[in-house]
Ligand binder design. Sequence first.
Ligand SMILES: NC(=O)c1ccc[n+]([C@@H]2O[C@H](COP(=O)([O-])OP(=O)(O)OC[C@H]3O[C@@H](n4cnc5c(N)ncnc54)[C@H](O)[C@@H]3O)[C@@H](O)[C@H]2O)c1
Length: 258
Amino acid sequence: MQHIDNPFSLAGKVAIVTGASRGIGAAISRQLGELGAHVVMADLLDEVEATAKRLSSDGLSAEAQRIDVTSTASVNDLAQRISQKHGRVDIAIANAGISYEAETAMHSDEEWSRVMAVNLDGVFRTVRAIGNIMLEQGGGSIVAISSIAGVKAVRPELHAGYDVAKAGVAHLCRVVGVEWAKRNVRVNAVGPGYTNTPMLQQVGIERPEVMARWIDDIPMGRLLEPAEVAAAVAFLASDAASGITGHVLMADAGYSAA
Ligand SMILES: NC(=O)c1ccc[n+]([C@@H]2O[C@H](COP(=O)([O-])OP(=O)(O)OC[C@H]3O[C@@H](n4cnc5c(N)ncnc54)[C@H](O)[C@@H]3O)[C@@H](O)[C@H]2O)c1
């Protein structure tokens, strides 16, 4: 029987996911693991240990590691340790992120610097550190998490720094995707829409009018599940997307098209 390789399979690949302890990062880790990758789940929080154990007890190959994406030393150290331990890093998912709310006229310097340090500089550090390993080994696939907030003005919540950082992530992936295109390192972004994570569930409880406004604005009329974002990320990470680089894939239930 003729053997047909499945380009969506991640069997034998080593993946690093930042911000993996919960929410979208945990769902991405599970999806990559289910497709056969060994997943290094990296996060600031202790919670990442328990999340990685849950994946392992479900038969997936996962390990927990600590990382603070606001520190160049922390990101470089993790990239080096994982590359030495496993001999390579095939996939990197720059997912760690924070949010907040502030009207622009009241926006503090501290809020601006903090969100840039995690959501934009943190992605840059991750792309640079793991990209270097991929360039050296002759290939790899990087996916960073942008947002609908990076391509249009979302409402009614206000967080200009978050929005600008997410637009920066999308453009970083275009620029670096083109820069490394001939070196077999692909760099893409996924732009999630409003996703059913604990953070958004809390908004639904505390401010149901905001949730109602979001649902009204989303063409599919519902939040995304984290697994739906994870599937888009896994596609870009896999060889099925071997011809795609510098691209921003919106996984947003139609939000950015409306
Ligand atoms: N939830 C949504 O609706 C939505 C929509 C669009 C984009 N996003 C983006 O998706 C990503 C994941 O969001 P989420 O909703 O799962 O959020 P979340 O808060 O549940 O998870 C974010 C994770 O990042 C980690 N993190 C934060 N700062 C870190 C740091 N300095 N170093 C390492 N890890 C750090 C946190 O500990 C946490 O585990 C974020 O980049 C977010 O901006 C989320």
